[in-house]
Design a protein around this ligand. Structure first.
Ligand code: PLP
Ligand code: SF4
Length: 344
């Protein structure tokens, strides 16, 4: 099976009608479409509201942008000192060696930047990006993202890891990827080996939004990483129609922890153009996170965060258990909603 890279391919795969494809030509011209053979195989016969299908198959609603949506919702451009680097926090940088992905998520926050023609760094540009990190001793962590860095050949990943490990002041290299659930066979022993080097701790954050994505193949890919001693984090986006129910989130986080992936962040969706149909209210997100607290192991609780539009960084947006603070101490709400006092 070949990847689907166009609406015509989706029609051929039986995942879209001709009429829908005709109506969505504008959407597909603007935002890249791709599904891997693995995902196509999984979606054979899936209903249109399948929680995996809606993450990848274009919808007519993408043609509508709201006034508050932004082409660069989290301000990558304003914090980019050299091509391929985003330096927002003092001690860590994003390194974006490429802007291509194996699949294109319809809610992607970088949807105006990613795509098959999406800028990849040339060898010289990558050297310049690495030189930027090398010359700044305050950088303790390099977060390799994109696009999807696991699309790089193991040889190129190894070159990046080795270069960063040799810097001395960088203690951690973290990869953000969707490949373990989008094309798990790509997580080969060679790729896993390329991520590790002496002198640096390698972490991998896997982007997963629904328990149905943790198939036996995806679980095996995660196991190859974890068995190599690489700690795994889960990164999920709260998405209307995909996972905006307490039971669905609970199943997702349990599936992650069961596969040695610690849920790290639950992201409120960014203001990417044409994605308002995916965005629940912040209050809805807070209710869902409250519903998990206490009922599910602490291992299964990510931090609910929002990237503040304009590039001001991430902020935790879950409700605080401290409800009042006055002369007689703090009023604290427990997981069942009862109130208690903590003196001081
Ligand atoms: C999200 C992000 C990071 C990583 O933040 P953590 O809270 O450490 O996961 C770093 N730099 C930029 C620009 C980011 O958007
Ligand atoms: S894999 Fe990540 S960067 Fe690529 S389209 Fe999905 S959300 Fe965007």
């Amino acid at each position: 099976m070949k990847p689907a890279r166009s609406l015509t391919d989706l029609v051929a795969a039986g995942l879209m009608t001709e009429a829908d494809a005709a109506a969505m030509a504008g959407v597909a011209d603007r935002y890249a479409v791709a599904l891997t053979p693995y995902v196509l195989d999984r979606l054979a016969g899936a209903a249109p509201d399948d929680p995996v299908a809606v993450q990848y198959i274009p919808a007519p609603a993408e043609a509508y942008s709201t006034e508050d949506e932004l082409a660069d919702p989290i301000g990558d451009h304003s914090h980019s000192p050299v091509k391929g680097i985003v330096h927002r926090y003092p001690d860590r940088v994003l390194l974006k060696p490429l802007h291509a992905c194996a699949v294109y998520c319809r809610f992607c926050f970088r949807r105006e930047m990613v795509g098959p023609g999406g800028d990849a760094l040339s060898a010289g540009e990558l050297d310049a990006a690495l030189a930027y990190v090398r010359s700044r001793p305050e950088i303790w962590e390099v977060i390799v993202t994109g696009g999807d860095p696991f699309l790089l050949a193991p040889r190129r990943l190894r070159a990046i890891v080795q270069a960063v490990a040799a810097m001395g002041h960088v203690g951690v290299i973290r990869f953000h990827t969707r490949i373990p659930v989008a094309d798990p066979a790509r997580v080969t022993p060679e790729l896993v080996a390329a991520l590790r080097a002496d002198g640096i701790a390698s972490w991998v954050a896997v982007h997963v939004n629904h328990a149905a994505e943790m198939t036996p193949e995806a679980a095996a890919a995660a196991a190859r990483l974890a068995d190599a001693g690489i700690p795994l984090l889960g990164q999920s986006v709260l998405l209307k129609g995909v996972n905006d129910e307490a039971a669905v989130l609970e199943a997702l986080f349990r599936a992650l922890v069961r596969n040695r992936i610690k849920p790290y962040y639950l992201h409120h969706p960014d203001l990417a153009p044409g994605t308002s149909h995916f965005r629940p209210s912040v209050e809805r997100g807070q209710d869902l996170v409250d519903a998990l607290r206490g009922h599910v192991s602490g291992l299964c609780q990510p931090t609910y965060v929002l990237d503040i539009p304009g590039g001001h960084g991430k902020a935790p947006i879950g409700r605080c258990a401290i409800e009042t603070h006055g002369g007689d101490g703090h009023g604290i709400r427990d997981y069942q909603g009862r109130r208690h006092r903590y003196p001081g």
